[in-house]
Design a protein around this ligand. Structure first.
Ligand code: AMP
Ligand code: GLY
Length: 410
């Protein structure tokens, strides 16, 4: 099978790598890919939010399966166009991707499906905002309705800051604050059947000790030793099954990756958010432990035959990944900083998230999150040591990382 992976970040590099390890996969193409994915397959420059261009590329490369990484092309209808061209596509339709594309839509589906989640109000004015803040109290949780690349959500005790965050947008969702550790659960689904991957935890704040603003994620680890046994089965029954059923009832079945962001509260797991794609950087931690052939599993989900695939098989090890970001991230990352990886590339497991080659062939930073370094080991302590040992061998003077990923859990 030939697979085309769409996207250019760390998640897509990690997906392409795992797919390339599937013995059923003969060739991998990446659109547009990055300097890291050239070691796995062929990169193709394309505007990934142009549905016709992606469908054309899928036909030209002879792809049997297209896997869409980021949310923007999903919301733009790229999966619909690929399927219309007669090619299997892992990724929801534009209509179903509204589970991520609109916070208000997601909350409505959760309410209709009886899914445990934070109480919420959809607000269109300062008066409605103030009333919702009075109702739920502090800390205030304010979310812009549409896609915002991790910048749309503010959680704060500062009421004025919360009002200001809501002021710019047409429609915002105010939520009850959920207390408790967070877990990310990836669910592969064909719209009816669903298979859970091993849960992970990511670190959203930019600084050590969870200081500073939210980011796309600064690191992740898996498994979660603190998560009660049975939690995944519980979430599959209380969240995933009713959500998929409600989407089918509405005539917009959700097939692809349902990312369930959870808060494990004293009253049980509650949904913080849905995303319509693999999470980043959790993907970089989870996929290295997956033993099942990823290309074949995603193909089954894309063709409505997931029932024929047994439960997913995971290595009984642990993984920790740490993001190397460009100074200034998330507000204004410094681009162009030089990066040197160890000459012996076998010694590092590095995923490229925001790199480029300059005119001289020098690798430089080209995004906010630049590299994701992955360590595995027989337990979290060994995996964590492995990741920070590798980081010490990477020369990236204008980069920084959190030094406390997975430290508390160990
Ligand atoms: P979201 O994009 O909706 O996942 O929100 C980003 C981050 O904000 C989450 O990962 C949480 O850390 C935090 N957050 C979102 N909603 C809530 C909530 N209702 N209660 C507490 N924290 C939240
Ligand atoms: N790691 C969080 C996300 O992908 O949204």
């Amino acid at each position: 099978m030939t697979v085309l992976v769409v996207g250019s970040g760390g998640r897509e590099h990690a997906l392409a790598l795992a797919i390339s390890h599937d013995p059923g996969v003969a060739a991998v193409h990446i659109a547009p890919g990055n300097p890291g994915t050239t070691a796995i397959g062929t990169n193709h420059p394309v505007d990934i939010c142009d549905p016709d261009a992606v469908a054309r590329l899928a036909t030209e490369t002879g792809a049997n399966l297209v896997v869409i990484g980021p949310e923007a092309p999903l919301v733009a209808g790229v999966a619909d166009a690929v399927r219309a061209a007669g090619i299997a596509c892992f990724g929801p339709s534009a209509a179903a991707a509204q589970l991520e594309g609109s916070k208000a839509f997601a909350k409505q589906i959760m309410a209709e499906a009886g899914v445990p989640t934070a109480g919420h109000r959809v607000c269109h004015s300062q008066q409605e905002l103030a009333a919702a803040f009075d109702e739920f109290g502090a800390p205030y949780v304010v979310k812009h309705d549409g896609l915002a690349a991790g910048k749309g959500v503010l959680v704060t005790n500062d009421r004025q800051a919360a009002l200001d965050h809501g002021a710019g947008a047409d429609q915002v969702v105010v939520e009850e604050y959920l207390d408790g550790p967070e877990a990310s659960l990836f669910v592969i689904t064909d719209g009816i059947h669903a298979l859970a991957l091993q849960p992970a935890q990511d670190f959203k704040r930019v600084g050590d000790g969870d200081a500073g603003p939210n980011t796309g994620g600064m690191g992740a680890y898996t498994p979660l030793p603190w998560l009660a046994p049975g939690t995944v089965d519980d979430v599959m029954a209380s969240v995933v099954a009713p959500t998929l059923a409600r989407m089918r009832e509405l005539g917009i079945p959700f097939a692809g990756l349902l990312y369930v962001g959870l808060a494990i509260t004293s009253a049980g797991p509650k949904v913080v958010e849905f995303n319509a794609r693999f999470g980043d950087p959790e993907t970089e931690a989870v996929l290295p432990l997956l033993r099942s052939p990823l290309g074949q599993v995603l193909y089954a989900a894309a063709t409505g035959t997931l029932a024929e695939i047994g439960p997913l098989d995971f290595d009984d090890r642990a993984a920790v990944c740490v993001v190397l970001a460009a100074q200034g991230y998330p507000e204004s990352p410094h681009k162009g900083g030089r990066i040197a990886l160890p000459a012996d590339t076998d010694r590092v497991h590095v995923i490229h998230a925001g790199t480029a080659l300059d005119e001289t062939g020098q690798m430089v930073a080209a995004g906010g999150r630049v590299l994701v370094v992955v360590g595995t080991g027989s337990g979290l302590a060994e995996a964590r040591a492995a990741v920070y040992d590798q980081i010490a061998e990477i020369d990236f003077p204008t980069g920084f990382c959190r030094s406390d990923i997975a430290s508390k859990v160990i």
